[in-house]
Write a protein that binds this ligand. Structure first.
Ligand code: PXP
Length: 254
């Protein structure tokens, strides 16, 4: 069990995914019949206890649009965490919007969602330049990496204050007990190493209402970024119950 309460960042990309499925060509992101509105959803998540709102401005703009990011920046009361590729075009938006946090992720147009961690070790100069330019603008930078020793050390070497450990391999192994235990052990070792190197450690991808029990048992995590499971549950229960339930589970509820 965690010594301190873990924070919850709610990823609302899939709210925009649903909107884009119908209103991609609307020329506007909200108003009239255009729905659902990610900002309205974010405000409801905040009222239910979300500690931050996370959005990914993908280069192909498949869900969040630039206007969404600006509306969120202007209106949310918690912290805006912008997931972004190592791309100069998205960096220009980030430096203009100035989110509280930026999480640098790898991006591949063919993927359904972010599939692997950022290869920091293989492109240290490039990543260091993004960390520096965002940091100079007052944005706290996190690097989304696999729970591998080389990547954790590289994240520390490029002066990122935060990392977000990719929990996808753990989550995907839900039906394979041996692999699942091995992935949990990898995560645990990565959290320890990162904290020893002075990094603040977040985690995310594929975390749901069932596997959260194992994630909360990993000591030393600061914040979880959770999207798909919360948005999916909200279709049945509404946003309020979906967010409240996840926060309760994160903080020890049975
Ligand atoms: N963290 C990062 C960096 C991500 O790219 C994603 C997926 O968009 C998430 C967290 C949330 O993953 P999920 O939607 O599976 O909860």
């Amino acid at each position: 069990m965690q010594e301190e309460k873990m924070l919850l960042g709610v990823n609302i990309d899939h709210v925009a995914t649903i909107r884009q499925a119908r209103y991609r060509d609307a020329g506007r992101v909200c108003g009239g019949v255009v729905e659902p509105d990610p900002l309205a959803w974010a405000l409801a998540a905040e009222r239910a206890g979300a500690d931050g709102i996370t959005v990914h401005l993908r280069e192909d703009r498949r869900h969040m649009q630039e206007e969404d990011i600006r509306r969120l920046r202007a209106s949310i009361a918690t912290r805006l965490n912008l997931e972004m590729a190592c791309s100069e075009a998205v960096l220009a938006v980030a430096l203009d919007v100035v989110p509280d946090f930026a999480c640098i992720v790898p991006e591949n147009r063919a993927e359904v969602t972010t599939e692997g961690g950022l290869d920091v070790a293989g492109q240290t100069a490039r990543v260091a330049s993004f960390v520096e330019r965002l940091g100079n603008a007052g944005v706290i930078v996190s690097l989304f990496i696999d729970p591998d020793e080389a990547q954790v050390r590289a994240a520390a070497a490029v002066n990122a204050p935060f990392i977000e450990l990719h929990t996808g391999a753990f989550s995907n192994a839900w039906h394979k007990p041996v692999a699942r235990e091995a992935e949990l052990a990898r995560l645990s070792a990565a959290v320890k190493l990162a904290r020893n190197l002075g990094l603040t450690v977040n985690a995310g991808h594929g975390i749901n209402y069932v596997n959260i029990a194992d994630i909360t048992a990993l000591d030393g995590l600061h914040e979880l970024n959770i999207g798909h499971s919360i948005v999916s549950r909200a279709l049945f229960t509404g946003v309020d119950e979906a967010v409240r339930r996840m926060k309760a589970l994160m903080n020890g509820a049975a």
